[in-house]
Design a protein around this ligand. Structure first.
Ligand code: ZN
Ligand code: ZN
Length: 261
């Protein structure tokens, strides 16, 4: 008897990006073999959100997020642009608003405009009653401050590619957010193992953020959704629960967050 492959979720994967144009069908074949039964493709602007929605329209198990990545925010956005994003967010198969957030990593970023866009997108998610998928890089104080200021009773979502320590993890959880664990958890110097071992299983999700950040033993290659299996295995190794309990919990956390039957 062969062991059954557990159902896996990749809640943040840019499968609609051009990096997969040449071999998307094979990538999808491999992710199915690896047991990925739920994949969420996030948007980074209106154009990329449209591509996410189009891809989700072709596969039962793929869902889309409509988002505005902080890298795309180089100044104030027009009301028309927000209107376009909100129209897209009402499309079928859209299960969340993301990715949105703050990124102060690169020297030429626009912090004021990023903060304004982040607030606008959080308000859009509240109006549409959708979960949010948040990108935060080198911007923890402002991200947490804006989240608490904009918080409504409907706020729920995920810190995608979570990169903080245990204290930041607990603060995100207190705001109603889950921690989406990337392949980084498999890296030698990662601080994520301590986080994964010390929060509740209910607060964990899994993602690849493909084509970026491939987990060990694929580190350095183009990442792809099938590799989420390595990340989930690492999470299970760090947890007191059995492998089956961990994989089942992470999969159902993803379904519940995005309201997928
Ligand atoms: Zn991101
Ligand atoms: Zn991303």
């Amino acid at each position: 008897m062969t062991a059954t492959v557990p159902a896996l979720a990749d809640i943040h994967c840019h499968l609609s990006f051009p990096e997969f144009d040449a071999d998307r069908d094979q990538v999808i074949e491999r992710l199915r073999e690896a047991g990925v039964e739920l994949l969420v493709d996030p948007g980074t602007c209106a154009e990329s959100s449209r591509r996410s929605i189009a891809l989700a329209g072709r596969y039962d198990f793929i869902f889309a997020n409509v988002g505005l990545h902080p890298h795309e925010v180089t100044g104030p956005l027009s009301a028309e642009m927000y209107g376009e994003l909100e129209t897209l967010a009402r499309a079928e198969k859209v299960v969340g608003i993301g990715e949105i957030g703050l990124d102060y990593h690169w020297p030429d970023h626009h912090p004021e405009a990023q903060r304004e866009a982040f607030r606008e997108m959080l308000r859009m998610a509240a109006r549409l009653d959708l979960p949010v998928v948040i990108h935060c890089r080198d911007a923890w104080p402002d991200t947490l401050r804006i989240l608490s200021e904009e918080r409504t009773s409907a706020l729920r979502g995920a810190m995608h590619c979570f990169s903080g320590d245990l204290d930041l993890a607990r603060r995100c959880i207190a705001l109603g957010l889950k921690l989406s664990i990337p392949g980084v958890v498999t890296y030698k110097k990662s601080i994520l193992p301590e986080v994964v071992a010390n929060v509740s299983l209910d607060d964990l999700l899994s993602e690849t953020d493909a084509p970026y950040l491939a987990p060990v033993p694929m580190r350095g290659k183009r990442n792809e959704p099938a590799f989420v299996a390595h990340t989930v295995q690492k999470i299970a190794d760090l947890r007191p629960e059995s492998f089956e309990e961990v994989t089942e919990a992470i999969f159902s956390n993803a379904k519940r967050l995005f309201n997928i039957a």
